[in-house]
Design a protein around this ligand. Sequence first.
Ligand SMILES: [Cu+2]
Length: 212
Amino acid sequence: MNRPGPVLFLLAVIFGGLLFAILYAETIAFALQRPFAARPGPDGEIEIVMEDFNFKPSVIRLKAGQRVRLRLRNEGRHTHEFMAGKEVKLEGDVSEPPEPDFFEGIMDVRVEVIRGSAMPMGFGEEEGMEGMGMGEMGGMGMAEVPTGPGIHAEGMEAMEVHGSMVMMDPMSELVIEFTVPPDKVGTWIFGCFAEDGLHYDDGMRGILIVEP
Ligand SMILES: [Cu+2]
């Protein structure tokens, strides 16, 4: 019986390695280009850039109890949205905004438009108030959500608002500031659901992890 010599052994290792690399090429490439989970800096701020069609970074880690500032910048050519929630479901073949809304029940939220045309909707709503839009019931007194051109109460009522979201035109910048509640610990999805979920389907999505 022949014993495999060292050369044969070496060949087997090389061949095995190659086979592994070929089989898992996609996974390896994905892992290499995938940014590590980004965390806010010492000042609590984290920058999230929107492009056509992705978010950078796409994995964000926040800590419960931390006061954070999500600085969103739309560097794409399209109007983009930012929404976060637990689970994205398909309605027919359309990806629907995630539910329940991550921001629901976060009452100390402040949304500030830094530049350009951006519109926040539905922030600062109490638990169970989801879908009520920006009406008087929306807890707007607590959340210092700016109003401006294009934000009209009637318009909001006519519009179906699924949870909290911001709509941002190209070149716009906006900050969402809030304290991460301990009951939000877990893994969430964020994404842009513009154009009937097409942006989301094209890769405009990410993961939001809240650590205890
Ligand atoms: Cu988008």
